[in-house]
Write a protein that binds this ligand. Structure first.
Ligand SMILES: CCCCC/C=C\C/C=C\C/C=C\C/C=C\CCCC(=O)SCCNC(=O)CCNC(=O)[C@H](O)C(C)(C)COP(=O)(O)OP(=O)(O)OC[C@H]1O[C@@H](n2cnc3c(N)ncnc32)[C@H](O)[C@@H]1OP(=O)(O)O
Length: 194
């Protein structure tokens, strides 16, 4: 099977415009939602991805593989690694555009096994925008920012209104946010009253 990647982005795109309120390069972003499996600090065996904004439509993220993340003995589960990339790519899109967006499509190339105890250094880049479609890609290196490439991922995110989350989210979780807005980092954007 050919490993030659298809053209990316797959459609004609506009260069993304950084939102004036996008975090300055070097800003530590913190969890966007306390119960997010990718970044939330309330999720005991979650990925606890740490993200930092960077120059040029880029974010950097780190995630350390624990015993709870295994697929094969001593190795990270592939779906979980895809989750780390979903999270990093979502942060790339959300933080630079300051617009809610959901993953429509996510593709992942697994190039090297990722052992328990190792840290994956992910760099996500916002590649282009075509209407509501936002394209982003990322690379993950093992052990150090200049370590060997273990994964590459590409994603299409689709921007949505906040109504998307109100309509589809579970009422008790929305109520919990209404009662404790600190569960969300970008809470100034939310006015949820289910
Ligand atoms: C949120 C705070 C607000 C403030 C924002 C500020 C800051 C945010 C900051 C930080 C956020 C930080 C971190 C985020 C971290 C992690 C994010 C994790 C993200 C997720 O984990 S999220 C869960 C998984 N995700 C879903 O739960 C989506 C389920 N899904 C749907 O909800 C619908 O499916 C939807 C909405 C995607 C589209 O539905 P829809 O009806 O609105 O629109 P439609 O179908 O017309 O698609 C529009 C155009 O996208 C094309 N398109 C769509 N899907 C495609 C595909 N698969 N392949 C190729 N093209 C596709 C169509 O072909 C059309 O293209 P065209 O315009 O050219 O016709």
């Amino acid at each position: 099977m050919s490993r030659v990647p298809p053209v990316w982005p797959p459609v004609e795109v506009e260069p993304p415009q950084r939102h004036p309120d996008a975090p300055e390069p070097g800003t530590k972003l913190g969890p966007h939602y306390a119960h997010c499996f990718g970044c939330g600090d309330a999720v005991e065996h979650g990925l606890h991805l740490h993200t930092v904004a960077d120059e040029d439509m880029t974010i950097r993220a780190k995630f350390t593989v624990t015993e709870a993340h295994q697929g094969a003995p001593g190795l990270a589960h592939g779906g979980l690694l895809a989750c780390a990339f979903d999270e990093a790519l979502g942060a790339t899109v959300g933080e630079q555009l300051r617009q809610p967006a959901v993953t429509g499509r996510l593709e992942t190339d697994f190039l090297r096994p990722v052992p328990v105890g190792s840290t994956l250094h992910i760099v996500g880049h916002l590649d282009g925008v075509a209407g509501r479609k936002v394209y982003a890609s990322a690379e993950g290196r093992l052990g150090a920012p200049d370590g060997p490439v273990a994964l590459r991922a590409r994603a299409l995110f689709v921007t949505v209104d906040l109504a998307h989350f109100v309509e589809h989210g579970r009422a008790e979780d929305l109520r919990a946010i209404a009662e404790d807005p600190s569960l969300l980092r970008n809470r100034q954007h939310f006015n949820i009253n289910p």
